[in-house]
Write a protein that binds this ligand. Structure first.
Ligand code: A2P
Length: 267
């Protein structure tokens, strides 16, 4: 099962997140396991430092390259054309997969300057990314951590509408304004930290609902994103949980989705 990006590229509807998974054996083994368990969409970033291991695991998996969707990201602090080219070449080389499937601007501002206006820099790097996209070196391009204003200022001066926006998304934090804008404009919303980095797992209200479905809280929280057409990117280093998190072929009743929508302060 998959979503279609606005350029008709198909993207598997569940991705495996690799933030904070160290390069080397740890990342290699966990990505290998995720692929073995059926994941076909791996999300990494230059800033995670594990692209080399992610790429090696995909190459060694024996799965055809076209069947695995790989996302990586331009470091948040890169806001110039020349450094964007350098970073993209670095990622392409580290992954060594022939092409990248989705390339994202990691954030609208460097992590040390959250909220600061980098409009001109984002437009400059986006133009570089339009070039990577036009050349076929990446099959789609997008952004991450962009709000409506960030998206509007980027789009006012560039040609390609981002194919995706990856934002933090979980029960109690569904970023309604950004999500609605993106979905109206044909920008796929991807949700990272669907388990609130694990903090939601102790929530008694969500636990009670999960029990009714015979699912775990993690499974319910991941399925909740899909009910909103948001692509979940759960991450785990535990094989049994990696498998558990892939059980998304079921549905939440509309009344339960509405109830979850109304929850605030879940963590
Ligand atoms: P671990 O890697 O030890 O399995 P998020 O995707 O929201 O960022 O959450 C990731 C955190 O949630 C990690 O600490 C991960 O721990 C934990 N986690 C992931 N899947 C599950 C699960 N099915 N059950 C319990 N904890 C989980």
């Amino acid at each position: 099962m998959s979503f279609a990006l606005s350029n008709d590229v198909s993207i598997p509807r569940l991705g495996f997140g690799t933030w904070q998974i160290p390069d080397g054996e740890a990342a290699y083994e966990v990505v290998t396991e995720a692929l073995r368990l059926g994941y076909r969409h791996i999300d990494t970033a230059r800033a995670y430092g594990n692209e080399e291991s992610v790429g090696r695991a995909v190459r060694d998996s024996g799965i055809a390259r076209e069947e695995v969707f790989v996302t990586t990201k331009l470091p948040a602090e890169v806001k110039s054309h020349a450094l964007a080219v350098e970073a993209f070449e670095g990622s392409s080389k580290a992954l060594d997969l022939g092409w990248i499937d989705l390339y994202l601007i990691h954030a609208p501002w460097p992590w040390t300057e959250i909220g600061k206006d980098h409009r001109a820099g984002n437009i400059e790097v986006w133009k570089a990314m339009e070039g990577f996209y036009a050349s076929g070196a990446t099959r789609s391009i997008g952004v991450s951590n962009f709000n409506v204003k960030d998206l509007e200022s980027l789009r006012s001066d560039t040609d390609v509408t981002p194919h995706a926006n990856q934002i933090m998304w979980f029960v109690g934090n569904r970023q309604a304004e950004t999500t609605e804008y993106c979905q109206a404009e044909g920008i796929l919303v991807e949700g990272y930290s669907p388990l609130a980095t694990g903090r939601i797992l102790q929530n008694p209200e969500v636990q009670g609902m999960a029990d009714r479905y015979g699912k775990t809280v993690a499974q319910l929280c991941i399925r909740y994103l899909l009910e909103h057409d948001v692509l979940p990117l759960p991450k785990s280093t535990t094989p049994s949980r990696i498998a558990e998190n892939a059980d998304v072929d079921w549905q939440l009743d509309a009344a339960d989705v509405a109830y979850l929508d109304g929850l605030a302060n879940t963590v």
